[in-house]
Design a protein around this ligand. Structure first.
Ligand code: SF4
Length: 367
């Protein structure tokens, strides 16, 4: 049997150079990768590795760790050696930690031109060292830490100012023959961030890292990121993403994975198509959808499951899904691949869906 998880409308991705962050290709048609940053003290190696394991389990492809001190830099070799996914060192203010990160074998280094004073003088040295280590550099330009010279010139962190900063920084590396670069231009306002990335995409062929910086608490931040990333990714812009939320990095990764799977850019895992409910409801649809989600958490196959409140849209959505339930009058009609299999009382709907899911996937290897 086949499971219905692929998007019927493919996205035509922008053509870019490709680089490799460790084993993960970025740009050049590679799958869009999901990143996050650890929130532990990087120097606390055990805690950092524990969090890296958690985000990896949630679907993270690349992890970034902050390197604000010499102790953090000293922890990098162990973290890099033991991390199951590539580690990027995130460096502000201190060019010397860039060299420490390269020596430690970090898969990439992120620098912020606005924050590294005397950076112009250091570029040749960084380009030489990164080139020798075959390590890409991410130029990260944030509205909150834009180069003061460009802020003065443009009057605000406008899309033009962000793009000029990023491309100027790239040109410094290019002068030294180093082009293993990817770029992020981030702003807390999705519309500015979208405009900046469109402009950047039209002016260079470097892979782009998307982020709405300081997006906010989980609900607001996830929506802001989904809006901005959704528009850009649907236009083919964006090669790696990070959802910045004021919450656990695991949640950031889950949000990133959901955004990609919503666009058909990552195979869907569990997808629940559930109705919001209305005055026609004769079952507790909110509780039922939550119970189905919990019951299928970690299910090893991608499934689309329709959980519908009544016969208005229930049979139609249930027929389109791998499994479905169309409810009414305290009962649920269970569908499997478009066929009604049985009718069960509300209290047995979750159990019946699980039974049918196991039946449906018994011949498939776990994913
Ligand atoms: Fe209302 Fe039925 Fe639509 Fe659910 S499927 S929102 S209960 S009309």
């Amino acid at each position: 049997p086949t499971l219905s998880h692929d998007s019927p409308i493919p996205i035509h991705r922008r053509s870019t150079r490709q680089l490799h962050v460790g084993a993960v290709p970025v740009g050049g048609g590679a799958p869009v990768s999901v990143q996050t940053m650890t929130t532990t003290n990087t120097a606390d190696v055990d805690a950092t590795l524990r969090q890296i394991a958690e985000v990896t389990a949630a679907g993270c492809d690349i992890v970034r760790v902050a390197v604000p001190s010499a102790d953090d830099a000293a922890a990098l070799p162990t973290i890099v050696a033991k991390s199951p996914i590539p580690v990027i060192a995130d460096i502000h203010f201190q060019p010397r930690y860039v060299f420490a990160a390269l020596d430690a074998g970090c898969a990439a280094v992120r620098v912020n031109p606005g924050n590294i004073k005397k950076f112009d003088d250091k570029v040749a040295e960084i380009a030489r060292a990164a080139s020798a280590a075959h390590t890409p550099i991410r130029i990260g330009v944030n509205a909150g830490s834009l180069d003061p010279r460009l802020l003065a010139k443009h009057g605000s962190a406008s899309p033009e100012a962000l793009v000029e900063s990023a491309l100027w920084e790239c040109s410094l590396f290019e002068e030294h023959g180093f082009t293993d670069l990817k770029i992020a231009v981030k702003h807390h306002d999705p519309l500015v961030m979208i405009a900046a990335n469109r402009l950047l995409a039209s002016r260079c062929d470097y892979p782009l890292h998307l982020g709405v910086t300081e997006a906010g608490p989980a609900f607001q931040g996830a929506i802001k990121s989904a809006v901005a990333f959704g528009i850009l990714l649907a236009e083919g812009i964006g090669d790696t993403i990070r959802v910045s939320l004021s919450t656990d990095p695991v949640e950031q990764v889950k949000a990133g994975c959901h955004i990609l799977s919503s666009l058909g850019l990552r195979p869907r895992k569990l997808e629940i198509v559930s109705c919001p409910g209305c005055g026609r409801l004769q079952v507790d649809i909110h509780r039922l959808a939550t119970q189905v989600e919990a019951a299928f958490d970690g299910f090893p196959h991608p499934l689309r499951i329709a959980v519908m409140g009544c016969v208005v849209n229930g049979p139609g959505e249930s027929r389109e899904a791998d499994l479905g339930v169309s409810c009414g009058n305290g009962k649920g009609q269970i569908y499997r691949h478009g066929q009604v299999i049985k009718t069960v009382p509300e209290s047995r709907i979750v159990e019946a869906l699980l039974d049918e899911a196991l039946h449906l996937t018994s011949d498939l290897p776990a994913e």
